[in-house]
Design a protein around this ligand. Structure first.
Ligand SMILES: Nc1ncnc2c1ncn2[C@@H]1O[C@H](COP(=O)(O)OP(=O)(O)O)[C@@H](O)[C@H]1O
Ligand SMILES: [Mg+2]
Length: 339
């Protein structure tokens, strides 16, 4: 999904301006501090754009949720593709605003056959300093907006990506969003316990909503389970870790904070940092951490398992390449003599 091309500069400006962690007053103050003669032109452009978006809002995309002024611009810009494709008709509430993303409860368009849907809108600021993400990105391909791998031979894109130019940061951002979306898609296809993916856009993903009209599903860390249910759900989490590993991936941020619980069922969420278990040297340690965090929660619910053993067994089964195969691979490096 693309925004108009002329957007790229303005998009960057919104990134600079929009920081929902600040309250409105702080945001206004920081905006005012930017309006000095040298940046007057910029400020005027932003003001015009804001008006334009508010007009678009009046023209159709009217939402119940009352965002702050700066959140509004970012939110509407990010969700416009879903509105344009008649997938959502309204934004009802902010479910949770986190460090990396905000998730909103939206009214689904009747054509989807759903009543409510969840839209995850990514916070742009994070992508200004990608150093934290390096450990996850190692061994991972760069994905374009269609979820397709950008070839290492695409020099223009790869150079921009490496050099962190404005364009490169957008490529990195899109790749981050698409790793989350394509992972949910793959797991969902295989019967994994994840939200149903609906559509991805440049800065947001749309998926099935878990919860009801008034409250979103709690995360596991917010609730206690009966022993029997805990045993069943522990197995279900492990089934999903295993399914993902069989696809070649480790969640990378799994814990009771990223598992939703609703009416006896769970779904795993929050996948943008998935780690390639075959191409990343830290993958095993990250798998061990995921399993340990899950075991830690379930231990408090009366289910005691050995995370080290579980992770070791999973790793051996799905990720460890037997020496025999490694040698077979190595032989490819010696092409047959053509003479
Ligand atoms: N599909 C969904 N249905 C209901 N609530 C959701 C859904 N996806 C996410 N949430 C809520 O939004 C929160 C943040 O989502 P998450 O993907 O974990 O992003 P973050 O990177 O901000 O942690 C979750 O803890 C959960 O409360
Ligand atoms: Mg999360």
């Amino acid at each position: 999904m693309h925004f108009r091309d002329t957007y790229s500069d303005e998009y960057e400006m919104y990134e600079e301006m929009f920081d929902p962690v600040k309250n409105d007053r702080q945001a206004r103050r920081s905006r005012r501090s930017r309006i000095h003669p040298a940046s007057k032109e910029r400020a005027e452009i932003v003001a015009e754009l804001t008006d334009e978006i508010e007009t678009e809002l009046d023209g159709g995309f009217r939402i119940t949720y009352q965002p702050s002024k700066y959140e509004a611009t970012w939110l509407l810009q990010s969700l416009l593709p879903f509105y344009g494709q008649t997938l959502i008709t309204d934004v009802l509430a902010l479910i949770k605003g986190g460090k990396e993303a905000s998730v909103y409860r939206c009214r689904a368009h009747p054509s989807t056959g759903l009543d409510l849907v969840a839209a995850k809108v990514y916070r742009p600021r994070k992508f200004r300093s990608l150093s934290n993400d390096a450990v996850y990105r190692d061994g991972r391909t760069v994905l374009n907006e269609n979820g397709k791998e950008i070839k290492a031979t695409d020099e223009r894109v790869m150079r921009a990506f490496r050099q962190r130019t404005g364009f490169g940061l957008r490529v990195a951002h899109t790749s981050w969003v698409m790793h989350e979306y394509t992972t949910i898609e793959k797991l969902h296809e295989q019967g994994g316990a994840v939200p149903q993916p609906i559509l991805s856009a440049e800065n947001a993903i749309l998926m099935s909503y878990h919860g009801d009209e008034n409250v979103a599903a709690p995360t596991l860390h917010e609730i206690d389970l009966e022993r029997d249910e805990a045993e069943r759900l522990f197995d279900e989490v492990m089934r999903n870790i295993e399914m993902l590993l069989a696809l070649g991936w480790v969640h990378g941020d799994l814990s009771a904070y990223n598992i939703l619980y609703w009416e006896g069922e769970i779904v795993l969420i929050d996948f943008p940092q998935v780690v390639n278990c075959h191409g990343n040297d830290h993958a095993r340690a990250i798998l061990e951490r995921d399993v340990a965090r899950v075991c830690d929660y379930f231990a408090h619910q009366g289910v005691n398992r050995s995370p080290g053993k579980i992770a070791g067994r999973l790793w051996k089964r799905y990720a460890e390449i037997p020496l025999r195969d490694r040698l077979a691979d190595a032989s490819v490096d010696f092409p047959p003599d053509e003479d």
